[in-house]
Design a protein around this ligand. Structure first.
Ligand code: IPD
Length: 265
């Protein structure tokens, strides 16, 4: 049995190497390889190459583990550990040269496709800033030597980040929901990378993040960071961030934000 700390070390090393590869490819020029759910939902050649790189490195180091990646799908393992990977979270930012994209790698126990997992270790790495957010179950969330802790929100309201997804039918309800949130918000941000939204909540750089329609690879590592930084997570199913909604905030602000959001509780 490998310890969560060993899983974290492996994820950290591979995320750094994958980040260098993605950054190099970015400088060489971005090629859009395909679109997914909508024309705006793009996949670059680098998304695929970086995921293949991460997958190969993990298989070499831990051949019995499962894998669940944004671009290449799921493969069950035999060890009980599955790696949930977004090779480039914030692909649109990546394509436009906005420095808010990240490599997200989490090691989870349990069935990854349903979100009914327990994340043991996870990293969110922004190769442009060099920031490596690391979380290990029971061992805290860290940025370098700094132990992370969610914010406390005062009278001015919370700085709230959200995302809108790619399905046009969801946009009007999302804007109506945002209008309900605005009275408790100091201001609103749309960072464009769910993993960095969650890492930012963990670091206390923003007070809350919510979004409907995220996928396991978007939030597996970031959700662990939030939990380990003392934050609360919500969403479906079962109060865990599932495909319906992810909500993350410090405990007090969470209890003000969560009742304003639409999702199956
Ligand atoms: C997307 C980003 C975006 C969020 C979408 C995600 P991708 O991930 O995290 O901020 O709004 O829900 O799908 O496609 O760039 O890996």
């Amino acid at each position: 049995m490998t310890s969560p700390a060993d899983l974290l070390d492996l994820a950290t090393r591979i995320a750094r190497e994958a980040g260098e590869l993605a950054h190099r490819r970015r400088r060489e020029g971005v090629t859009v390889a395909a679109t997914k759910s909508a024309a705006a939902d793009i996949v670059t050649a680098a998304d695929r190459e970086v995921e293949a790189f991460i997958r190969a490195k993990l298989a070499e180091a831990r051949p019995g583990d499962g894998f669940f990646g944004e671009e290449s799908g799921a493969e069950e393992g035999t060890s009980g550990i599955t790696w949930v990977v977004d090779p480039i979270d914030g692909t649109v930012n990546y394509a436009y040269g906005i420095p808010a994209w990240a490599i997200s790698i989490a090691a989870v126990e349990g069935p990854a496709e349903t979100s009914a997992w327990t994340a043991l270790a996870g990293v969110v790495f922004n190769p442009v800033t060099g920031e490596m957010f690391r979380g290990v179950r029971g061992g805290g969330a860290w940025l370098g030597d700094e132990r992370l802790s969610v914010s406390e929100v005062g009278e001015a309201g919370g700085l709230v980040a959200t995302g809108f997804g790619y399905d046009p039918e969801t946009h009007a309800p999302a804007l109506a929901q945002l209008a309900r949130v605005m009275p408790i918000a100091r201001d609103v941000r749309r960072i464009g990378a769910a993993s960095l939204d969650l890492a930012s909540v963990a670091a206390g750089r923003i007070d809350a993040y919510y979004e409907r329609g995220t996928h396991p690879w978007d939030h597996a590592a970031g959700a662990l960071l939030v939990e380990e930084a003392g934050g609360r997570l919500g969403g479906a199913p079962g109060g865990r961030p599932g495909n319906g909604m992810v909500i993350a905030a410090g405990p007090d602000f969470f209890s003000r934000l969560e009742p304003l959001l639409d999702y199956d509780r």
